[in-house]
Write a protein that binds this ligand. Sequence first.
Ligand code: NDP
Length: 240
Amino acid sequence: MGKVAIVTGGTRGIGQAISLALKEMGFTVVANYGGNDAAAAQFTADTGIVSYKWDVGDHQACIDGCAKVAAEVGPIDVVVNNAGVTRDGVLHKMSFEDWNDVMRINLGGCFNMAKATFPGMRERGWGRIVNIGSINGQAGQYGQVNYAAAKSGIHGFTKALAQEGAKFGVTVNAIAPGYIDTDMVAAVPAPVLEKIVAKIPVGRLGQASEIARGVAFLCSDNAGFVTGSTMSINGGQHMY
Ligand code: NDP
């Protein structure tokens, strides 16, 4: 059995592509998800990748969930913090709940999963943590103070934890995707999306598999000298 990798939000969208890419590399992959039981069941039936349901924004649920995975599958060597939500709105209309949900799930989830798994990786002398940030955490985005703050926090979290893991064989990196063709982006109103695509130099949305290939590299032994980095995969949008 290969090393064990867990992908949060690993049953749909970008996470699904990441789960498949890591499986192809030989990892024993476990996919966490938040609530869509039908999608998770279908994914497991199609791929054989087992799925575990818990809210990554719930600290104790992450501790308990990862302990269960370790007991049932094996010690966790790779974590991809991919689970994320949007609750968009301009600040003067954004509720505290919309702020808090996004901070708790998108940024809090990274802390919770790292607390549950990083000590074991450190002790065993090998580990990979990849956090999915966003171009909107680098550049900001109208109507997304919550999301941009959480994703920007992920980029800082990555660089700080990378320093703690470096001497122990644990690398911590981030990927900042641009706009990727998933359910999350399908929720963006068409006229807004058209304007966004017009600003992407390659002239199209990205595919989930294009993010997954970046994650796969960062999780490989070839990437042992890469830590604390943020890989921009966004069709060149970060240049504008
Ligand atoms: P989707 O909405 O398609 O999928 C989100 C996944 O996260 C689902 O599997 C969902 O589970 C899971 N999830 C949501 N909330 C929780 C929770 N509280 N606990 C556990 N799992 C949860 O999103 P994408 O695939 O588009 O996005 C994946 C990541 O990439 C996110 O972090 C997003 O912010 C980031 N990103 C996406 C971009 C894009 O253009 N799509 C651009 C930049 C970054 P369930 O199936 O149960 O609902």
